[in-house]
Design a protein. Sequence first.
Length: 81
Amino acid sequence: AECSRVISDSLAQDPARWGVEARAQLHQWQLKLFLERGAEAQQYLLSNSQRHLCCDAMQAQGTQVTISRLQRSVADSLATV
């Protein structure tokens, strides 16, 4: 929780200090926390505006995403649950 607070405070004080790549990595970290901890992750997540800032950075990188057959199969299986 302390790490999340420090990051959140830093983003609030000077968002420009965090480059696009760093914010994109923060976005990945937030997703990982949410996936691993579910509802318990709420205490570690950044504010909505900060999460949007990080998500926008991820999208701004223009990274091409290629979905594997395995990922597609898992998604199809989960959709039936």
